[in-house]
Design a protein. Structure first.
Length: 114
């Protein structure tokens, strides 16, 4: 089995676990760097010479597909939470604008009374 491929797969697994942890903690600052490093690992793996069976075996051994699925689920979950929060803020902002509009005095009306 290709040891370099194994090393890359281990590193990819660690980066994926770290990404899941960061998303769950909502610490998004370092996430971009980690996702970029994962992409670099993928690019490096593509440049390697290896057997397809070796790659499949390592993916199963390191549970890469399950981890990737978990990362996607966590990211989608957080995305939905943020979307709900943004919608609440928009509703509140719209309600405040409407409420304030009702009680504001029109400048033309104010000038006519004086």
């Amino acid at each position: 089995m290709n040891e370099e491929l194994r090393r890359y797969m281990e590193d990819y697994r660690e980066k994926t676990l770290k990404s899941i942890e960061l998303v769950e903690k909502e610490d998004l600052e370092p996430l971009d760097d980690i996702l970029n490093s994962r992409q670099d690992i993928i690019d490096s793996i593509e440049n390697l010479q290896y057997k397809k069976e070796d790659f499949i075996n390592l993916c199963e051994e390191f549970k890469i597909m399950q981890l990737q699925k978990r990362l996607t689920e966590v990211m989608n979950e957080k995305k939905m939470q943020y979307r709900v929060e943004i919608d609440k803020i928009k509703e509140s902002k719209t309600a405040n604008k409407s409420y304030n509009k009702q009680f504001s005095v029109d400048s033309i009306y104010f000038n006519k009374k004086i």
